[in-house]
Design a protein around this ligand. Structure first.
Ligand code: FES
Length: 512
């Protein structure tokens, strides 16, 4: 049995609940109605909804169930989103804002119903949420959000200064009907039901490629082939080079969990309006109250994880008497170019290929909306959000196809004798748990030193489209600044879209 992990070294409090899925002997090749790639909230919910409709589903994940962002979310459930209602009204329409509000409420009620019907102990709690302005500019924005939220039929109240917040603020809005939960306990409950209904799961099984043969997808997964009528990518951006690399920007987000000296934990959800913004809530973990605070997001591979975490801790300590920080972790999300996610038929792909991506910081909500939408679309049922959230609404740029062809074959080979004496010295001087990119005559090498001083060297050229990776000390990963691909220190892909690992360099050979 393989170890259950997340896609990095930092540990979220949810991880303990990652389910062990019994490895079953599945005789492949085999024909399924649907292959779902990615076993986070989107994939698991979609798989259960489709299996419930009588379709035979196979769910795969390159890692284990819940290893991606579902295991690293802060797990807020909101009817107001990172794309605000005034923005949706002006970039889309008032009707669009109404539809989005309706979708958010439906998502919360789907989660609540699943928890009740399947008797899942997922720490689900309904909460009030406060969004607050700390200066005049934010106050103006807040009033715009108040009006547009009301027009979209979201339950919101102007509570002025009557909000239970420790920080100075000018005005707050209170949203009813918000919630929080334990994301992994929740998807574990769904998964159990999916398996009980005859669904199949293969962990540590990567999607490799697909093509159409006899009107059916012939899909290479791991070392096997399967057939499926439908292919669903529930992986954030789909693997490989595709249009979503250009329409979704990858971000890292941070969360810290603090134990407080005075036990004065918030009973509601709080959101500031800073850039980057912060959000607060309390969760009981192992019988103890913990204040969870998230934020300090930055583009993947382009900021400093250490600085982001420190800023977050400093920010929490400004308003609370922190006894100790018991948790710190990060995870990845994708910001769509026009604010709303892309859910539906995948553009420029074979028939019956479906995608759900661009969830911004609202993955639990959009993941659930995606599952309902994709299962409706596959089973030929009408869905209110099909047009609004269609992935085809953004047109690919001219020359995109040529770009794909050119970059799909980026290859890298290292000749191991090109380090200069200075470069070798620099690597020797590297601190434990640090990494550096070294520029050699034959290309850039990503070199890291483990806690016990062991050197690992791999190509620094991302196998997706050739950008240079950057070391992430917190997660002990190499992160790509272009489309968010991530690799562990051995070069293994931990976050798509790259399909191929980074090539290893034999360091013992280099040093000899
Ligand atoms: Fe696209 Fe690295 S993820 S170049």
């Amino acid at each position: 049995m393989k170890m259950n992990t997340r896609d990095g070294k930092s540990v979220s409090p949810w991880e303990k609940a990652i389910p062990f899925v019994e490895e079953k002997e599945t005789e492949l090749p085999k024909k399924y109605h649907v292959l779902i790639v990615g076993a986070g909230i989107t994939g698991v919910t979609t798989a259960l909804m489709l299996q419930n409709q009588g379709l035979d589903c196979l769910l795969i994940d390159t890692n284990n169930v819940g290893a991606g962002t579902t295991g690293g979310t802060s797990a807020h459930l909101n009817t107001f989103l990172d794309a605000t209602y005034p923005e949706i009204e002006s970039d889309f329409s008032k009707e669009a804002a109404n539809l989005v509000a309706k979708a958010t409420k439906e998502a919360i009620s789907i989660i609540k119903n699943n928890i009740n019907e399947l008797n899942i102990d997922a720490d689900f709690e309904e909460k009030k949420a406060y969004l607050y302005a700390e200066d005049e500019k934010q106050q103006k924005q807040l009033l715009g959000i108040l009006d547009a939220s009301k027009r979209a039929d979201v339950s919101v109240h102007d509570v002025g200064k009557d909000a239970p917040l420790p920080m100075p603020f000018l005005k707050a809005l209170m949203f009813d009907g918000q919630a929080q939960f334990h994301p992994i306990k929740y998807i574990s409950g769904l998964l159990k039901e999916f398996l009980r209904k005859g669904g199949e799961v293969l962990e540590h099984t990567a999607f490799k490629s697909s093509k159409i043969e006899n009107d059916c997808h012939l899909i290479q997964i791991g070392d096997s082939e399967i057939f499926a009528d439908h292919l669903v990518f529930a992986t954030h951006v789909p693997p490989g080079i595709n249009w979503f690399n250009f329409s979704c920007a990858p971000y890292r987000s941070y969360v810290v969990g603090a134990k407080l000296k005075d036990n004065n934990y918030p009973d509601s959800l709080w959101y500031d309006m800073q850039e980057p913004y912060h959000y607060w809530r309390t969760h009981e973990i192992d019988g103890k109250q913990i204040l969870l605070v998230g934020g300090e997001d930055h583009k993947t591979g382009q900021g400093s994880p250490a600085e982001a975490l420190q800023n977050l801790k400093d920010y929490v300590s400004k308003y609370f008497e922190v006894d100790q920080f018991s948790f710190e972790w990060s995870s990845q999300y994708y910001i769509p170019v026009d604010g709303l996610p892309y859910i539906g038929k995948m553009p420029m792909a074979d028939e019956n290929t479906w995608v759900a991506t661009g969830f911004n910081g609202n993955g639990m909500i959009w993941g659930t909306v995606s599952a309902k939408m994709i299962s409706d679309l596959i089973t030929g049922q009408p869905n209110d959000y099909e047009d609004l959230l269609s992935p085809s609404r953004v047109k690919p740029i001219a020359g995109f196809k040529e770009f794909v062809t050119e970059n799909a074959n980026v290859a890298w080979h290292f000749v191991a004798d090109r380090f200069t004496a200075e470069q070798l010295k620099a690597v020797d001087a590297l601190a434990s748990n640090e990494g550096v990119v070294v520029d050699t005559d034959s290309g850039k090498i990503a070199v890291s030193k483990s806690a016990n001083g062991h050197i690992k060297a791999i190509s620094a050229v991302c196998t997706h489209a050739g950008c240079i990776v950057k070391f992430n000390k917190l997660e002990q990963s190499w992160d790509c600044p272009c489309h968010g691909g991530r690799y562990d220190v051995d070069g293994k892909v931990v976050t798509g879209p790259p399909l191929r690992n980074l090539e290893k360099v034999d360091w013992s050979e280099v040093k000899a």
